[in-house]
Design a protein around this ligand. Structure first.
Ligand code: ADP
Ligand code: MG
Length: 312
């Protein structure tokens, strides 16, 4: 079996997720290389421990970088902490005004409060960068190498979290608005209202994109081991709650060779887990990748891995 449907024109965003070390980066990069044969492709890393540079053996960094010898492939690493710092800096005045008009806090308290993170906003900022790329429309496909499961789930849950915060902020703001209207008879929406509205719009756009199965697909990567299977199960439950559909799953590190004691034992050990994967993820297409003797690094090795993911 190979990955299906990634060539569909409407499918824009493809995210790879799973436990640390199972092969997310290798699969994401190999997929991006393959797709770039027919589509202008942007490979995006949201893992704070970026490793697409190591995988591609080319320094990527925080600007879009054309990949050597691959015509239609560009890559970028997103720095969530930088994105959020820039955002807070750009909008410091509005946030300050929000607290100033709706609370009795003095400036010092407000500064302290602003140094605390708004729930979900860091993750939203990295997602917003992805959304902005997609809306700029310079590429046909956007392939995301995500961080290990826990971080990815926080990323995916961030719209809900931030939405709750915005709701509370808006209701506090509403009281302020009511008060102004009572005193002066009218109320002109200001930059704070605009900020809250913009945040709300971003959250909604991200939610719409993530739960749109024609535009977005999440592909979990697993290995035939108990801990990885458990984590994949938990990931799938969380994705389902977020109405993110999963159709196919990659099973990496499958031992094929029976030569020598080590390989024989490893293969025998994996049999039960492969069966478990089959039963647990029965309704999904499974794509198997064998264990290679060397690490998957550089274009040639990534293409070898890609040959198990794609037909051509
Ligand atoms: N099928 C495979 N056979 C051998 N090594 C692999 C295979 N898939 C990935 N690797 C190697 O395993 C390590 C972890 O893979 P990586 O893609 O970085 O995982 P993740 O992004 O999930 O942490 C890397 O050194 C990579 O080269
Ligand atoms: Mg990785």
């Amino acid at each position: 079996m190979v990955l299906k449907g990634l060539q569909n024109r409407d499918l824009k965003l493809i995210l790879f997720g799973g436990k640390g070390g199972v092969g997310k980066t290798s699969c994401a990069v190999a997929t991006a290389i393959n797709l770039s044969k027919n589509f202008k492709t942007l490979l995006i890393s949201t893992d704070p421990a970026h490793s697409i540079s190591d995988s591609l053996e080319q320094n990527i960094g925080f600007r879009q970088q054309q990949i050597n010898n691959i015509t239609h492939l560009t890559a970028i690493e997103i720095a969530a902490d930088e994105a959020i710092a820039t955002y807070m800096e750009q909008h410091e005045a509005e946030f300050r005004k929000f607290f100033d008009t709706t609370t009795n806090l003095d400036q010092e308290d407000i500064t302290q409060l602003m140094n605390l993170s708004i729930p979900g906003i860091d993750e939203i900022m990295s997602f917003k960068s992805i959304l902005d790329f997609i809306e700029e429309g310079n590429y046909d496909k956007y392939v995301v190498d995500a961080a290990p499961t826990g971080h990815t789930l926080r990323l995916l849950a961030s719209p809900k979290l931030l939405d709750e915060w915005i709701k509370v902020a808006a209701s506090i703001r509403w009281k302020y608005r009511y008060m102004i209207t009572s005193f002066s008879g009218s109320y002109q929406p200001d930059d704070v209202d605009t900020l809250l509205l913009d945040l709300k719009r971003s959250v909604k756009r991200i939610e719409r994109l993530l739960s749109d199965n024609t535009r977005c697909e999440f592909i979990p990567v697993c290995v035939p081991e108990q801990m990885a299977i458990n984590e994949t199960q938990r990931l799938l439950i969380s994705l389902k709650k977020l109405t993110i559909d999963v159709k196919q799953i990659i099973v990496n590190h499958v031992m094929e060779s029976e030569e020598g004691d080590f390989c024989r034992r490893k293969k025998a050990y994996q049999i039960n887990y492969l069966k478990m994967i089959d039963e647990t993820f029965g309704n999904m297409t499974k794509v198997y990748i064998p264990m290679f003797p060397e690490e998957v690094k550089g274009i040639t090795a990534l293409n070898q891995l890609g040959a198990y993911l794609f037909d051509d």
